[in-house]
Design a protein around this ligand. Structure first.
Ligand code: NAD
Length: 243
């Protein structure tokens, strides 16, 4: 029995599978992750400072002019095999909840609805008055040099993503509850280095990891499959369907 078969067995035995994904699940859609050795966005060390509440409030011009091209790139990608397999597994009742750190909406576009986007998403932007507009409306305002882009009430709008300096959203509390309830947590495409999401695996009763490179939690996992998420999830799906 190889490691893929071992994971198939764990998945068949589990009653409540929760999946946690990171930027690695979207690299096969052409989006750079943060920490891949040569292509990761983290090569640009100023990004953490740029993607922060501090820059958003103190220098909105720099925030919107520098981050918008990057955020727009994320909205142009299409789901890949990994997103599609995970959406199918939800449809079949195999996966009960999908927690993602990604803001690219690709799980949503692939059809996943039992979805907790704990770092936010790029479908909408909002104002502190409660008004929600589409992300493309925010982009249109910035293109017309309305910086910061404003709500009808006059207050600045911001993208609905979690920036450095922001508190975690309520969905993160739900994510903790889901991981505690699970009997198998499947982590796909995450270096598990970004807190507080990185603490979720510690709360899981059992865990499996699918990732291209080693992660800090490999030693805690029942199975570690090293490789591309799209290929491995498709192979798992084939073997699960074959029975
Ligand atoms: P990360 O960049 O820290 O780690 C990604 C991991 O995925 C790496 O270990 C890498 O080896 C692995 N990987 C790359 N391609 C893979 C593939 N095809 N198959 C399997 N594994 C692959 O990502 P993270 O842990 O999600 O943390 C990054 C943070 O940056 C998150 O908070 C996320 O919100 C944000 N981010 C999001 C996007 C996005 O929305 N697509 C992109 C970049 C960064």
């Amino acid at each position: 029995m190889d490691d893929v078969d071992r994971l198939v067995e764990l998945m068949k035995e589990a009653d409540y599978i929760v999946v946690l994904t990171g930027a690695g699940v979207s690299t096969e859609s052409g989006l750079p992750d943060f920490r891949s050795p040569t292509s990761g966005l983290w090569q640009d060390e100023s990004l953490m400072e740029l993607l922060s509440t501090e820059t958003l409030t103190s220098d909105p011009k720099r925030f919107f002019e520098r981050t918008l091209p990057l955020l727009e790139l994320l909205t142009e990608a299409q789901p890949n095999a990994a997103h599609r397999v995970l959406a199918r597994w939800e449809e079949r009742g195999l996966v009960k909840m999908l927690i993602t750190q990604n803001i690219d909406s690709l799980h949503y576009e692939a059809g996943s609805r039992q979805l907790l986007e704990v770092h936010g998403q790029l479908r909408t932007a909002s104002c502190s008055c409660g008004t929600v507009v589409s992300f493309s409306q925010l982009v249109a305002k910035v293109r017309k040099k309305e910086i910061p882009p404003r709500c009808a009430c006059g207050t600045a709008l911001r993208p609905d993503v979690v920036l450095f300096g922001d508190p975690m959203p309520a969905s993160f509390g739900q994510a903790i509850g889901e991981v505690e309830r699970s009997d198998l947590l499947l982590v796909v495409g995450s270096s598990l280095q970004v807190a507080p999401v990185a603490y979720l695996p510690n709360m899981a009763r059992a865990m499996a990891i699918i990732n291209l490179t080693p992660t800090v939690a490999d030693g805690e996992a029942k199975v570690v499959l090293r490789g591309r998420a799209g290929e491995i999830l498709s192979e798992l799906d084939d073997r699960l369907t074959r029975g």
